[in-house]
Write a protein that binds this ligand. Structure first.
Ligand code: EPU
Length: 424
């Protein structure tokens, strides 16, 4: 298993970082290609493990995958051998594997899909898919669960209906948006997640002729169409990678120009970074961040659905707040078990206590390097950030988590002055 070796503290972090395509936007867009008969070209794919897993899943379902030029563009064509079986052996490592269920039933009226795997973020509650299944049932999908697989079918086309999600879920919103596109008649989806990655999915589907209209912040109207037409679509930049580099510059007193991302999409995060003292300049598609000499603490950061503060940046902000000049707190409202990184930060000297869903972070930490273990994707990024500001040689193990979602992470960090290498 690969590890990162980081020698810190990084004294001069400076330069430019080019943000990759968004993993969490690309995954549902790739799943949605199952709805097509025609060829689809997707540009700006991040080359990370989760994307490879999704491409393997599509291949196993019979899609023909052809990489063009720089391997960040992919041409997907359906074959006559389409299957509807999403195997556990592929989806066990990735939660987004469940996103093929709705498109398969919408297009072929049947599917056998494995329960998905992915980061363990919710303690004993696991990562349920009840919202996906209940909503698909309303569109006419029937299912049975046998031996870890969802055996689903519909009597012909799915049928449009009104669905009011009892709570907000990114994945269930994507699942239903995709499934309703080929359903008979009108579907109204209320209480949808409105993350930029969801807008990217609806823009992609609209580019192929889907009749989707946002008629409120969290409501969409979809009129079913018979088929989707050929399209070429460029995936948006990665919001969480952008946020991670903004935090890196702030915590390491760096000076970074972060390119290829629209700053309007991360207003909440940038406002918090300004609050802790970062100097931030915004451009049309880039952000200049200069870290302060003294980082100020913040009380009550609370993770929330977009446009609130994202759970996927809470671990990175925890590292930042360990270096603040006073006590801060972060409350996790999306995934209750998402604090495993806190224990590893304590091994580096972080003074963090967790009570229920809130982490109290004391600040004024002088991190001292140690060996630490990644527990999930964003935790691994946080541990790398901590290594950057720790004294000595930090070893971050299990970086396969990081490889699931950060493209070229160590090379991007090396380019801006971080002493990091991958140990095989
Ligand atoms: N939930 C249910 N039932 C469901 C679905 C979700 O109870 O059927 C609960 C979850 O257990 C969780 C909450 O609802 O407590 C929110 O989960 P959501 O469905 O919104 O998350 P997701 O679709 O599984 C996506 C991202 C995550 C990100 C969350 C929240 C992808 C592939 N994953 O997950 O990204 O943390 O939204 O924003 O888009 C990551 O990239 O590191 C990552 C974990």
């Amino acid at each position: 298993m690969d590890k990162f070796s980081i020698t810190g503290p990084c004294r001069v972090m400076k330069g430019e970082v080019s943000i990759s395509g968004s993993k969490n936007a690309a995954l549902p867009i790739l799943a949605a290609t199952l709805l097509f008969d025609k060829t689809v070209i997707i540009e700006n794919l991040p080359r990370v493990r989760d994307i490879d897993t999704m491409l393997n899943l599509l291949k196993s379902l019979g899609s023909n995958i052809q990489f063009l030029n720089n391997k960040k563009t992919v041409k997907i064509t359906k074959t006559k051998k389409q299957k509807q079986f999403a195997s556990y052996s592929i989806v066990k490592t990735m939660r987004a594997g469940i996103l093929v269920l709705g498109p398969l039933v919408a297009k072929y009226h049947k599917s056998i899909s494995s329960f998905p795997g992915g980061c363990v973020l919710n303690g004993n509650s696991g990562r349920p898919i009840n919202l996906h299944l209940e909503a698909l049932k309303k569109l006419g999908m029937k299912y049975e669960i046998k031996k870890g697989y969802i055996h689903a079918k519909s009597n012909g086309k799915l049928k449009g209906d009104k669905i009011n999600f009892p709570s907000i879920s990114v994945g269930a919103s994507q699942q239903l948006l995709m499934s309703a596109v080929l359903a008979k008649g009108k579907t109204l989806l209320h209480n949808l997640a409105c993350e930029p990655e969801i807008k990217d999915l609806t823009n992609f589907l609209i580019s192929a002729g889907a009749k989707i209209k946002w008629i409120g912040k969290r409501t969409c109207q979809i009129i079913g169409v018979n088929s989707l037409k050929e399209t070429k679509y460029t995936v948006m930049g990665d919001r969480i990678e952008t946020g991670t580099f903004c935090v890196a510059a702030t915590v390491a007193k760096g000076d970074l120009l972060i390119k290829n991302f629209d700053p309007k999409l991360i207003k909440t995060e940038l406002n918090l970074l300004k609050k802790v003292g970062a100097k931030i300049k915004l451009f049309k598609n880039s952000i200049h961040v200069k870290g302060p000499e003294r980082i100020k603490s913040i009380k009550n950061i609370t993770t929330k659905e977009y446009p609130g503060f994202p759970t996927d940046l809470a671990p990175q902000f925890m590292v930042l707040l360990c270096k603040a000049s006073g006590t801060s707190s972060i409350t996790e409202n999306i995934f209750q078990g998402r604090f495993l990184h806190a224990m590893e930060l304590q091994r580096l000297g972080g003074k963090i206590t967790i009570k229920n869903r809130t982490a109290k972070i004391e600040g004024n930490t002088n991190f001292i390097a140690a060996e630490v273990m990644s527990s999930d994707l964003r935790a691994s990024a946080a541990l790398v950030l901590a290594g950057i500001v720790s004294k000595g040689n930090t070893i971050v193990t299990r970086v396969y988590h990081c490889d699931r979602g950060y493209e070229n992470f160590e090379n991007k960090l090396k380019k801006i002055g971080v002493n990091i290498k991958r140990l095989k």
